[in-house]
Ligand binder design. Structure first.
Ligand SMILES: C[S@@+](CC[C@H](N)C(=O)[O-])C[C@H]1O[C@@H](n2cnc3c(N)ncnc32)[C@H](O)[C@@H]1O
Length: 198
């Protein structure tokens, strides 16, 4: 499908500003609105390849913080000392092992997305499965009062997913950043103020 002028604007801007992907502008807008990532924070970035969200998060946390990314692919173009990528599949990763391995996190981000097939029901179901796994991981690794951002393709399961996760956060919002492609059905769930024992 041909991209529109708005898509081109973000792609060009990312290239000019040396970000690894245009999707950085989605996280930037979410972070500016909800004030999620701070200096010294420890961040988890699920679905981190090619690396623009981790790149942005590293810039925000500074030298005192760190970012752990997980993806099927390793961002080769990005290797600051306080970034670690675990190459793996979130569908099969052992959550208890992960929580011990990376220790507690202030922020858990998930931009996980399945390869799209064009079949709506399949794409929505796969995205929901990734979102559910991301939520399980977030609950296992977040510090009390931590924050969670999770990409989801809009579908019937979105409302029940939001309801299930609501008790674990002080506030839950659905947000569609301007940099999201017009034809995309993605939306971001933003949970702030994690409550470890609701
Ligand atoms: C939209 S991209 C993320 C872009 C990234 N936030 C950035 O700004 O560079 C989605 C990522 O999810 C990853 N992914 C999809 N399914 C996965 C799975 N089961 N386990 C780990 N990563 C997965 C893909 O490999 C892909 O790199």
């Amino acid at each position: 499908m041909k991209s529109n002028r708005w898509d081109d604007h973000y792609t060009e801007k990312a290239r000019r500003e040396k970000w690894l992907a245009r999707s950085v502008y989605k996280l930037q807008e979410i972070d500016r609105k909800f004030r999620l990532i701070h200096k010294g924070d420890r961040v988890l970035d699920l679905g981190c390849f090619p690396g623009s969200w981790s790149q942005y998060a590293i810039g925000k946390v500074g030298k005192q913080g760190d970012v752990v990314g997980i993806d099927l692919h390793t961002p080769e173009a990005f290797s600051p000392p306080n970034f670690r990528c675990i190459k793996g599949d979130v569908e099969t990763i052992e959550v208890a092992w992960l929580a011990k391995e990376i220790q507690a996190r202030n922020v858990a981000l998930s931009d996980l997305a399945p390869p799209t097939t064009g079949v709506r029901a399949t794409d929505v179901a796969r995205s929901m499965s990734l979102a559910e796994k991301a939520a399980r991981i977030a609950k296992a690794v977040l510090k009390n009062r931590g924050h969670f951002v999770c990409k989801i393709f809009e579908g019937e399961e979105l409302k029940p997913f939001k309801s299930d996760i609501s008790p674990f956060f002080k506030q839950i919002r659905l947000f569609r950043p301007k940099a999201t492609r017009k034809r995309s059905r993605e939306v971001y769930l933003v949970g702030t103020g994690f409550i470890s024992k609701p």
